[in-house]
Design a protein around this ligand. Structure first.
Ligand code: HEC
Length: 139
């Protein structure tokens, strides 16, 4: 009995580690999101563009500087389930009647929506810290 519970304890971290990998493999919308992050605030150049888009288009006015939610919902929560397609639909078209603007005329959004998706995904899963980001190769 004692031996078995120790074995279980040892297997648990391994299972928790494998879970996101298995999930990503079975869920294409997750698997497509590629971002690199070091120390929580250094990211690859695409993800950096995503964060810059977040800043330039002032999404924090409604969703909060840490994506925690204000007038608009928490994107930390939303990105646990929001897939890329639904994100695209929301940003290009908005939900104007409910207060979410349409960003389809923004060139920055047209160019960077996938990078922005990657940034918000990283924020939601906790790998990217709130606040300013830097390029991975900068000090
Ligand atoms: C003027 C306020 C405002 C701004 C600015 C704004 N949003 Fe929103 N956003 C909202 C509101 C309100 C909702 C909720 C709409 C609803 O009830 O369906 C929302 C919903 C969303 C959702 C869907 C969340 C979900 O749970 O399905 C996403 C994603 C989103 N916003 C992303 C963004 C991004 C990215 C930006 C910046 C480019 C942005 N928003 C800027 C107000 C705003």
């Amino acid at each position: 009995m004692k031996g078995r519970s120790i074995l279980l304890l040892a297997a648990l971290p391994a299972a928790l580690f494998l879970l996101p990998v298995v999930y990503a493999q079975n869920n294409p919308s997750v698997a497509q999101v590629a971002f690199k992050v070091v120390d929580g605030n250094k990211v690859d150049s695409n993800t950096l563009q995503g964060w810059k888009t977040w800043r330039a288009l002032a999404c924090e006015r409604c969703h909060g500087a840490q994506q925690q939610g204000m007038v608009g919902p928490s994107l930390i929560d939303a990105f646990k389930t929001l897939d890329k397609e639904e994100f695209h639909r929301t940003v290009f078209g908005g939900r104007v009647a409910k207060g979410m603007p349409d960003f389809s005329s923004s060139q920055m959004m047209q160019k960077n929506w996938e990078n922005l998706y990657a940034y918000l995904k990283g924020r939601s899963d906790g790998q990217i810290k709130p606040g300013d980001l830097h390029a991975i190769d900068s000090q």
